[in-house]
Design a protein around this ligand. Sequence first.
Ligand SMILES: [Zn+2]
Length: 63
Amino acid sequence: MPAVPKRRTPRSRGNRRTASNYRSPSLPTLVACEKCGELVQPYHVCPNCGQYRGRQVLEAKEE
Ligand SMILES: [Zn+2]
């Protein structure tokens, strides 16, 4: 005999469960750049100084 729910899940409870799974996509995660301290996305080249993991990848805005 298969496992069968005894009661129908109330709509309010189903909504609550869905809400707990939902993360609002408001702000992306940011970390401080090692070089200039600018807030940048992790695992991305810093748009301010053009460095990624201590390596110059892009042209720096100002030298
Ligand atoms: Zn930087």
